[in-house]
Design a protein around this ligand. Structure first.
Ligand code: NAD
Length: 338
């Protein structure tokens, strides 16, 4: 497999996966709304289309050129499920179905990032891939994301059973690392580095399983390289549980920050139509059995690496600004008249 299309290529998951593919000498076509990472844009094997995934003519053209479509474009920030549910359903379910159809008609492998939200508020922990989904009312906005991803999972399963398409579906559990924005762990890290309060929603006893992005990339690589993994669903997550209280204090310690940790209730944070999930833990025995994969990065090490990246990015940014200022001064200098 040599040519890949990555939708959401400039997003968090997409940019790390593109870098990995390029390091392996693959040709990568990226599609996203904005050009953010020069390290990707400048790579000779990377072709970038800055456009919406709703441009189906362009999308079809890109699908035709590749062997595998890695579909990551979407809306992944919890605040957005609450604020823009229609947009979440449109981009996730409607666009996703159209893209799968393009792959079905042209025989392209489809790598799909589903989510741990699929399990909803099930209490059958740890979550196994064939476990029940337990969701709330359709008037509770947060379930629109889980339900949209589930529609695509059903569709992929139906296509695969009819031998019309090959897919790999990964249910991601709180992936974090450099370039993540808008999720609890990235917000805590950014706030700790700036000395702002770390704000916990609810009492802080709720847990999540945080998975470092390099571990996720390794899992994707093993799955895509092994035909036995096709047409199946895999949990990709670190099974170690961390409460929000524990996360805040770990971030505070690793960042050596003086930030204060405080709690606010859910209504203050999200309005009244929010329902949190107390625990979410992956059972990873299936992916370990198929590929030998287990996560290797501790929370402390992952947070430290993320902080180092942010510091490096700030230094790179200020060096760039300094150079631009110098160039500006130079170009503004009066011409010498001989
Ligand atoms: N990061 C996680 O922990 C996690 C967990 C579960 C599932 N996922 C899934 O993984 C995928 C990637 O998530 P992420 O964390 O990288 O999110 P992200 O927000 O960093 O990346 C998503 C990218 O999609 C792009 N995008 C959105 N709408 C688009 C449009 N109309 N046209 C073109 N591009 C568009 C955005 O510009 C962004 O770059 C998503 O599908 C998400 O649902 C992520």
């Amino acid at each position: 497999m040599d040519k890949f299309l990555v939708t959401g290529a400039m997003g968090f998951v997409g940019s790390h996966w593109c870098e990995h593919l390029l390091r392996k000498g693959k040709k990568v076509f990226g599609l996203d709304l904005g050009p953010f990472y020069p390290e990707l844009l400048e790579h000779p094997n990377f072709v970038f289309a800055q456009d919406t995934i709703k441009n189906y003519q362009l999308l079809k053209n890109l699908v035709d050129r590749v062997d595998c479509v890695c579909h990551f474009a979407g809306i992944a920030e919890p605040q957005q499920y609450i604020q823009f549910p229609r947009k979440v359903i449109d981009i996730t379910a409607v666009v996703g179905l159209n893209l799968i159809e393009m792959c079905r008609c042209t025989g392209k492998l489809f790598l799909f990032t589903s989510t741990s939200e699929i399990y909803g508020k099930s209490d059958a922990l740890p979550f196994k891939e064939d476990g029940d989904r337990v969701l709330g009312a359709t008037t509770t906005k947060r379930w629109c994301y889980s339900s949209s991803k589930a529609v695509l999972e059903h569709y992929l399963d139906a296509c695969a059973r009819a031998r019309e398409l090959d897919h790999i579906t990964v249910r991601l559990f709180n992936i974090y690392g450099p370039r993540l924005h808008g999720r609890v762990i990235s917000t805590f890290i950014e706030d700790a580095m700036r000395g702002r309060d770390l704000v916990i929603h609810g009492n802080g006893e709720q847990t999540r399983c945080f998975t470092y992005v390099d571990d996720m990339v390794e899992a994707f690589d093993r799955l895509v390289s092994n035909r036995e993994c096709y047409n199946s669903v895999f949990n990709v997550g670190n099974p170690i549980e961390t409460s929000m209280k524990m996360l805040a204090s770990t971030v505070q310690q690793v960042a050596a920050s003086n930030s204060i940790i405080r709690n606010v209730n859910y209504d203050q944070a999200y309005g009244s139509s929010y329902e949190d999930i107390p625990r979410r833990v992956p059972d990873i025995s299936k992916i370990t059995r198929f590929t030998g994969w287990t996560p290797a990065t501790s929370l402390e090490r992952g947070i430290a690496a993320t902080i180092a990246y942010i510091n490096g990015a700030q230094n790179r940014e200020s060096a760039l600004q300094k150079r631009r200022r110098q160039e500006l001064r130079h170009s503004a200098a009066p011409l010498s008249i001989n």
